[in-house]
Write a protein that binds this ligand. Structure first.
Ligand SMILES: [Zn+2]
Length: 322
């Protein structure tokens, strides 16, 4: 009998443990189920062409310049884009870059953002985005629907809530105006991925005849999905995916984008060994100039709608990893 009691005790103990685990799961899910996304169609959206294969290749009017700053945030991404009075920030680097990122935005006299895009939930993209949200007013914040429960993500959620705002989920095909420039959402194209990187919001931006592709950390899976949908991925400037890692910039994707210039955002001597030989060799073989924040700090790229200029010379094809 004594033994029976013990077995029952173990069973009861297991049930209590399972109960606690279930409760913990419910609490976590409950906590993040109130991550609100807007349901309405955005007033800024020009059209809602879900699953479209047509991509923006030009904007009808140009007035002044489109200015893109690939901000040196160490190992991470943060890109400031301005046209006329319209302003957009793609990603906000790591939490360590907070002071340098905020002082850069201040030095550029930013007072609000029309759009903030958090490409995906990794810390090197949204680490200081909560500080940006706390500091600046904004109209729209685009963020992918992915489940993650990191402290970094939670901080961003709380910051957005404190501003009485909601995330806008990316809808493939949707077109937004940024001054006289336009941009379109090209990815993500699936509801769930094994890697958070593939949730990355990918946009194609057009100003006059110039086009730019910003890929976050999208990997070859997402690249293939965009190609499979027959999207016109051609762009003058490609922000290389995932800091030049082997996971991204497949040969076919690079051929389809066929960029005149590429940009890699990564930290000097970073421990992730980005960029890799695989990626740099592809760029070198195709003779495509690459601008790198690890070699040149913040890189400014300017388009007048016809011509694209950079404030620095192209970087080297040197690499850290295989
Ligand atoms: Zn990253």
């Amino acid at each position: 009998m004594a033994r029976k009691y013990k077995e029952d005790d173990v069973k009861v103990g297991k049930k209590i443990l399972l109960g606690f685990i279930a409760l913990a799961v419910i609490l976590v899910i409950g906590r993040f189920s109130d991550v609100d996304f807007t349901q309405e169609t955005d007033s800024d959206a020009l059209e809602d062409t879900n699953n479209t294969v047509a991509t923006v290749n030009s904007s009808q009017t140009t007035n002044g310049n489109l200015v893109i700053d690939f901000i040196d945030v160490g190992q991470g991404d943060s890109i400031l884009i301005r046209q006329g009075d319209a302003t957009m920030l793609i990603d906000g680097g790591t939490s360590e870059c907070k002071d340098s990122l905020l002082s850069f935005l201040q030095s550029e006299n930013i007072d609000k953002f029309d759009y903030i895009i958090g490409t995906h939930a990794h810390e090197d993209h949204i680490g200081s985005l909560d500080d940006v949200v706390n500091t600046y007013d904004f109209d729209t914040i685009l963020f992918p629907k992915s489940s993650t429960t990191t402290k970094t993500f939670e901080n961003l959620v709380l910051a957005v809530k404190a501003k009485n705002k909601q995330f806008t989920a990316p809808e493939v095909g949707k077109v937004y105006e940024l001054g006289d420039a336009v941009f379109q959402i090209l990815a993500p194209n699936a509801d769930s991925y094994a890697s958070l990187n593939n949730y990355s919001i990918v946009i194609k931006l057009a100003y006059g005849d110039n086009t730019f592709l910003f890929t976050g950390d999208a990997e070859s899976i997402s690249e293939s999905e965009m190609m499979d949908k027959g999207m016109d991925l051609s762009a003058d400037v490609l922000k290389i995916g995932h800091h030049g890692s082997t996971t991204s910039t497949s040969k076919k994707f690079l051929e389809q984008v066929n960029p005149k210039y590429t940009v890699i955002s990564c930290g000097r001597n970073n421990t992730y060994n980005h960029p890799t030989k695989t990626t740099m060799d592809k760029l070198k073989e195709a003779n495509i100039p690459v601008y790198r924040t690890d070699e040149e700090g913040t890189i400014e790229c300017v388009s007048d709608g016809t011509t694209i200029t950079f404030n620095v010379e192209p970087g080297t094809y040197s690499y850290l990893g295989g």
